[in-house]
Design a protein around this ligand. Sequence first.
Ligand code: SF4
Length: 113
Amino acid sequence: MSAPPASSRKEVLRAFYAKVVEPLGFTFTPDTELVEFLLEQEVVLEGKHGVPFCPCQPLRGDREKDMKIVCPCIPFHRAHFDEMKRCWCGLFVHPGVTDPDSLPQLPPPVTTP
Ligand code: SF4
């Protein structure tokens, strides 16, 4: 059986994320162009790695660390994202954010190996 088309996988991810991020206090960014771009990137990453890794974070080759950047990675970085009112990629923001470009982009905290 062949893989479903990327566009339908994108819609599955969109519906899944909408359900999962709301109880976490986030929603999709109002920047719809960015949403489409990032979801497409995640479909590509999922096709390559089997899971939709974060499009804006590098894989480390360390399973424990890399599983913390499977989308949506909000539970692992919630305090940091709450501070920015957005996730690193900007796919998700706090409800009520209307100008996501004005939000600060703080780098991930440096972790020791
Ligand atoms: S930073 Fe955002 S887009 Fe990237 S994995 Fe985390 S929740 Fe998903």
